[in-house]
Design a protein around this ligand. Structure first.
Ligand SMILES: Nc1nc2c(c(=O)[nH]1)N[C@H]1C(S)=C(S)[C@@H](COP(=O)(O)OP(=O)(O)OC[C@H]3O[C@@H](n4cnc5c(=O)[nH]c(N)nc54)[C@H](O)[C@@H]3O)O[C@H]1N2
Ligand SMILES: Nc1nc2c(c(=O)[nH]1)N[C@H]1C(S)=C(S)[C@@H](COP(=O)(O)OP(=O)(O)OC[C@H]3O[C@@H](n4cnc5c(=O)[nH]c(N)nc54)[C@H](O)[C@@H]3O)O[C@H]1N2
Ligand code: SF4
Ligand SMILES: [Mo]
Length: 674
């Protein structure tokens, strides 16, 4: 056995990726080297396990591609290393000139989801006194569903994840937890071992659907109709929970009227799901108790997202599954989102501040006026890979006078920058991290110092403030005192405890709504929401307006196939794909296509094919995939290395009906031999 080095130590920290799990981790360090990562058994939801990506941090931490010094674009192309002073001086002087010539709104500040941590808010210490840059609102991910659930229940909360084990029937809808929430998957499998039924609604076959008793494959984007159809059967057969509805439903009669218009035969015509399957699913879900409905973010990446999630999330209320251990509605759990902003932030600038829906980034870079965007600062984001309508994003970024990107790697976005500033990793700064599936606040303890000349974003913003002569009060605080002050009122003295274990500090209980209190305007579950109509101009009762671009039979028959670009187990979006530990095991990017669709186009397994629409075209190898719903094609999203396809050249920069989300999965294409 190797003798442990005297400097060998194990430090508790947390994975800050945009991932449901937000795993607690124990990191072994020797000197300044991370030598092992394990799961933290103190986190009851993530139970001492991390995924392959978590394990791969050992490779990622000091990977040869990691940026260690600031880079400045060379005149003839390529980059040269420069000192921090040179980089920040030049950036500050160019930003300052643009601000005085065009005003602060000529600068875009955009922060993505690359790393979660409460200290990210320190960017405000610079941008507020700067006068307020243009920003993006909404996001690329989940906001339509968040808003739909908020309108219905008053908040986004769900049962403690471990209560999944007590479920007797689990309905997973537009979600692939076997890949995207591996801890939820572990709990679902435990419930299965204890006898729970599992139904999955997904147009694709996935590891999740492979384990189900019932796999339902609707036409993508038609789930609103399917949910209304299930409501129809449940009411027609008297399977609703009358006592719950009498006490807690608002606007129920209008909902009853609405679902009357969605009998199974009509829903079959819209969704492609046989009427008998709709009946079977409705009966299983409404009669086996407690039943848990888990809806994914994949369900709401189209323009009717909000109305769809409203229709889906009423089903647990209709069947009396809310406020019940083992039952419930799972979409997002914001119970841990209870932290306060960092102390001493300067006040917000007065006056209207400009922003645009995130998915419209490319368009906004190209077309915003008064003032046009002249500069952008992008951190924790890789929009050239991750935003829709890549052609517009690239063109928009290329016309900027100044693009600053803060990242660990030279990503597709960083390659477009005038300056690339090297970013810290998760191990290099102490921070607080919240989650969106489990209820724990965790301390991301610092594990090692940043390598090379890497600086934390906190230091970068402080330096920028100094260069502009702004107050640095938000930075001149002891880092531990700052984190203490960010804990919720009354919990300030619990920072030391967080070094030992994750804590529930939000105080919302393990089973929300067990007391029947809903924080909606009516105090009840809103089957009818006047607020939805007022804020978003939608029907107050969930309805099913067909997609603009999404569904076959609609306009655009020229592009008859629906393209989905979903997540994969081995990466988080554009992250991790550059690591050899990941590349050794991950699946290739291929065009998954139903054999019937392929045959109709003279394509066979392994052929090169061109996927195209009016926005762009991408070449890929065909993989015949009988498990797909015919009419649907799929390619894994996220671009980490040059050989990955650029799928977002094809996607549209549409905006969801609520919450300003993106419409990645409302994407029609045609495929032909390349
Ligand atoms: N390994 C890994 N885990 C991740 C991530 C990652 O990149 N990698 N990303 C994290 C993030 S940011 C997110 S947002 C989540 C997303 O996690 P999920 O909610 O699982 O989202 P998606 O993979 O987008 O879609 C899930 C499933 O929905 C199906 N689907 C697509 N359109 C429709 C539809 O119209 N109706 C129905 N019924 N199903 C549809 C897709 O075929 C897909 O299998 O995962 C998080 N976890
Ligand atoms: N076609 C298609 N496109 C999609 C989706 C889809 O389903 N299909 N899903 C969408 C969804 S759900 C999401 S959430 C978005 C995600 O979009 P992004 O948030 O842009 O995604 P990431 O690839 O995770 O990129 C974040 C970048 O952050 C960097 N980074 C990591 N840690 C740090 C840090 O501490 N500091 C700094 N400065 N940088 C850091 C990483 O190296 C990476 O380059 O993508 C969306 N795009
Ligand atoms: S990527 Fe997700 S599952 Fe993997 S270690 Fe991080 S939080 Fe856990
Ligand atoms: Mo996301």
């Amino acid at each position: 056995m190797k003798t442990p080095s005297p400097a060998r130590r194990v430090i508790r920290t947390v994975c800050p990726r945009n991932c449901y799990c937000t795993c607690g981790m124990l990191v072994t360090v020797e000197g300044m080297r991370v030598v092992a990562v394990e799961g933290d058994p103190e986190n009851p939801a993530t139970a001492g396990k991390v995924c392959l990506k978590g394990l791969s941090y050992v490779e990622r931490q000091l990977h040869r591609d990691r940026l260690l010094k600031p880079l400045r674009r060379r005149k003839g192309g390529g980059f040269q290393e420069v000192s921090w002073d040179t980089a920040l001086e030049e950036i500050a002087s160019r930003l300052s000139r643009i601000r005085s010539e065009w005003g602060p709104a000529a600068v875009l500040y955009y922060e993505g989801s690359g790393s979660h941590g409460a200290l990210g808010a320190l960017a405000e210490a610079f941008w507020r006194p700067f006068g307020g840059p243009t920003r993006a609102h909404g996001d690329l991910c989940w906001p339509a569903g968040l808003e739909a659930a908020r309108l219905t229940f008053g908040a986004n909360l769900h049962n403690h994840p471990v209560l999944t084990r007590d479920s007797r029937f689990i309905l997973v809808w537009g979600h692939n937890p076997a890949e995207t929430n591996v801890h939820q998957w572990r709990l679902i499998l435990e419930a299965r071992e204890r006898g729970a039924g599992l139904a999955v609604i997904d147009p694709r076959s996935t590891d999740t659907t492979d384990a189900a008793d019932l796999h339902v494959q609707p036409v993508p984007g038609t789930d609103g109709a399917l949910a209304l159809g299930l409501g129809h059967v449940i009411l027609e057969e008297g399977l609703e929970d009358r006592a719950f509805l009498e006490a807690h439903a608002w606007g129920f009669e209008a909902y009853r009227e609405r679902v009357r218009a969605y009998p199974p035969a009509k829903v079959e015509a819209i969704t492609g799901v046989p009427a008998e399957v709709i009946r079977t699913l409705a009966r299983s879900y409404a009669t086996v108790k407690p039943a848990l409905l888990i809806a994914g973010f994949g369900l709401q990446r189209h323009s009717r997202a909000g109305q769809t999630i409203r229709a889906v999330c009423l089903l647990p209320a209709l069947t009396g599954n809310l406020g019940v251990p083992g039952g419930g509605w799972q979409y997002a759990n914001l119970a841990s989102h209870c932290l306060r902003p960092p102390p001493n932030l300067p006040p917000e600038p007065v006056g209207p501040l400009r922003s645009f829906p995130t998915s419209r980034l490319g368009w906004s870079l190209l077309h915003l006026e008064d003032p046009p965007l002249r500069a952008a600062w992008i951190e924790k984001a890789n929009p050239v890979s991750q935003h829709p309508s890549t052609a517009r994003v690239l063109e928009g970024l290329r016309k900027l006078e100044l693009l600053v990107v803060v990242d660990q790697f030279l990503t597709d976005t960083a390659r477009e920058a005038h300056f690339v500033l090297p970013a810290k990793s998760l191990f290099e700064e102490e921070d607080l991290v919240t989650a969106y599936w489990h209820p724990y606040v965790q301390l991301r303890q610092k594990v090692v110092d940043p390598p090379g000349e890497v600086r934390t974003e906190t230091e970068i913003w402080r330096e920028m403030c100094l260069r502009f002569g702004f107050e640095t009060g938000a930075f001149d605080v002891d880092p531990e005192e700052r984190l203490r002050a960010m804990l919720p009122e009354g919990a300030e003295d619990r920072l030391e405890e967080l070094r030992e274990r994750p804590l529930i500090l939000g105080g919302r209980g393990d089973v929300p709504w067990a007391d029947g209190t809903f924080t909606t305007p009516s105090g009840k579950v809103e089957f009818t929401s006047e607020e939805a109509a007022r804020l978003w101009g939608v029907d107050p009762v969930p309805d099913f307006p067909p997609l603009e671009e999404g569904a076959p039979g609609g306009p655009g028959e020229e592009f008859p196939l629906q393209l989905l670009t979903c997540k994969t187990r081995e990466r988080i979006h554009s992250q991790f794909g550059n690591l050899s530990s990941i590349r050794q095991v991950e699946r290739r990017r291929v065009l998954e296509m139903h054999p019937l669709d392929a045959a109709a186009r003279g394509l066979g397994d392994g052929d090169r094919a061109k996927v195209r629409n009016e926005r762009g075209s991408v070449e890929l190898e065909v993989r015949l995939t009988p498990g797909l719903r015919p009419g649907v094609v799929h390619v894994i999203e996220g671009r980490s290395v040059p050989e990955d396809p650029w799928m977002n050249f094809l996607t549209s920069d549409g905006v969801t009906d609520m919450g300003w989300g993106a419409t990645f999965y409302e994407c029609r294409v045609e495929v032909e031999k390349a």
